[in-house]
Design a protein around this ligand. Structure first.
Ligand SMILES: NC(=O)c1ccc[n+]([C@@H]2O[C@H](COP(=O)([O-])OP(=O)(O)OC[C@H]3O[C@@H](n4cnc5c(N)ncnc54)[C@H](OP(=O)(O)O)[C@@H]3O)[C@@H](O)[C@H]2O)c1
Length: 313
C-alpha cells in the first residue's frame, strides 16, 4: 500500500517515517515539509534511510498524488483543506489524522485500538488519539463501572509533546531544573476522554525537561471498595492479552518506556478504606502516543496483522 505523509519534518512525522521504512507492506510515496523541501529524506543520525527528497505539497498537490493512505501529522487546525481535497479527488483514501481536529467528529473513527478496534471495520477516516488521552483512557476504561465522581489525572510530558514550533513548553531556559504546569482546567484532552468514555475527569498537564515520554498518575474515587488484588485482576482482564500494553505491579518510570512502542500500566494501589484507586501509566508520546498507534490503525484498516512493522515483545 502506498502512503503519503504531510507534516514529515515534525517529531511525530519522523517516527512515522521510521516505522514505514521497516514496514513490509507500506511504501512511502511522498513526505511533505515546507522547511525541508529539496533535502534528502535520509539524514545522518536520523535513523531514516528512505530514498527521495522532502517535497512541499499543498492540499491540491496531495490530492493529485493519490495514495492508498495519507497521514496528516500537522498542528491542530490545519487538516481540513487536505481532507477536503483528498475527498474530492480520491475518496477511498484512508486518512489518518494525528491532530485533534477530528477527535469529536462523529463521521470519523476514534482509533485507540485496545479500546475501540471492534468499531474499526471499514473505517477510512481515522482520528488517532494523542499521548495524554491514550494514557488516561488506558488507565480509566477498565475502572469505568466503578467510578464515582470525576477522576483526577496528573500528566507530565517530555517537551517533544509540544512539537517543534518554539514555545515556552519546549524552551530549554524555561524547563531547565523546572516543571511547567499549564492549562489547569478545561484542557481539550479532558473533554476528549470524557466524551470517549462517558465519564467525568479532571486533567492537570505539566511539561518537564526530558525529551520524550509521559507519566500519567490517575486517582479515581470508587463506588465500592477494591483491594490491590482486585485492581490487578481488573487490569489483567482488560490488557493481559494486549501486546502493546504491559502490566506491572511496580510504578512505571518514564525512561524505561522511552523509545518503546507499548504503554505501561502499573503501580495500581487501593487507597484508604479501599474506596479509591491510584494507577500509573507511562508511554512514549511519539510512539504509542502517536506514530505507533497510527501504524496499528493503518494495519487494521488495511487488513494486515495489527502489529505488522511494530517492534514488540
Ligand atoms: N508531539 C507529540 O508528542 C504528539 C503526540 C500525539 C499527537 N500529536 C499531534 O500530532 C501533530 C503533529 O505533532 P508534532 O509534535 O509532530 O508537531 P511538530 O513537530 O511541530 O511538526 C509539525 C509539522 O507540521 C508541518 N507544518 C507546520 N505548520 C504547517 C502549515 N501551516 N502547513 C503545512 N505544514 C505545516 C511542519 O513542517 P514544515 O513547517 O516543514 O512544513 C512539521 O512537519 C499535532 O497535531 C500534535 O498535536 C503530537
Amino acid at each position: 500500500m502506498t502512503l503519503g505523509l504531510v507534516g514529515a519534518r515534525g517529531y511525530t512525522g519522523a517516527e512515522i517515517l521510521k516505522l514505514v521504512q521497516d514496514h513490509p507492506h507500506l511504501e512511502l510515496s511522498y513526505a511533505s515539509s515546507r522547511e525541508l523541501a529539496g533535502q534528502a529524506i535520509a539524514q545522518p543520525d536520523s535513523g531514516i534511510s528512505l530514498p527521495g527528497e522532502y517535497e512541499h505539497l499543498d492540499p491540491a498537490d496531495v490530492a493529485q498524488r493519490g495514495v492508498d493512505i495519507c497521514v496528516l501529522a500537522l498542528p491542530n487546525g490545519l487538516s481540513e483543506p487536505y481532507v477536503l481535497a483528498i475527498e474530492k479527488a480520491r475518496p477511498e483514501t484512508i486518512i489518518v489524522d494525528l491532530s485533534a481536529d477530528h477527535r469529536f467528529d462523529k463521521n470519523w473513527y476514534y482509533a485507540l485500538p485496545e479500546l475501540t478496534r471492534n468499531m474499526a471495520a471499514g473505517q477510512t477516516r481515522i482520528s488517532n488519539p494523542g499521548c495524554y488521552a491514550t494514557a488516561m483512557q488506558l488507565a480509566l476504561a477498565p475502572l469505568r463501572p466503578l467510578l464515582q465522581g470525576p477522576a483526577h489525572c496528573t500528566g507530565v510530558s517530555g517537551y517533544s509533546g509540544a512539537g517543534t514550533k518554539p514555545s515556552e513548553k519546549n524552551d530549554p531556559d524555561v524547563l531547565r531544573e523546572n516543571l511547567l504546569p499549564y492549562a489547569p482546567s478545561g484542557h481539550m484532552h479532558e473533554g476528549e476522554v470524557s466524551h470517549q468514555l462517558g465519564i467525568k475527569l479532571r486533567f492537570m498537564p505539566h511539561v518537564a525537561s526530558f525529551f520524550r515520554g509521559i507519566s500519567m498518575t490517575v486517582c479515581a474515587e470508587l463506588s465500592e471498595p477494591v483491594s490491590n488484588a482486585q485492581l490487578s485482576e481488573i487490569y489483567n482482564k482488560a490488557y493481559g492479552n494486549e501486546p502493546l500494553v504491559k502490566l506491572q505491579e511496580e510504578i512505571p518510570n518514564v525512561r524505561d518506556n522511552a523509545n518503546l512502542h507499548h504503554a505501561t500500566v502499573g503501580g495500581w494501589t487501593a487507597g484508604k478504606n479501599d474506596q479509591y484507586a491510584v494507577v500509573y501509566v507511562t508511554l512514549d508520546n511519539l510512539l504509542k502516543g502517536a506514530a505507533t498507534q497510527a501504524i496499528q490503525n493503518i494495519n487494521i484498516a488495511c487488513g494486515f496483522d495489527e502489529l505488522e512493522g511494530i517492534p514488540h515483545g
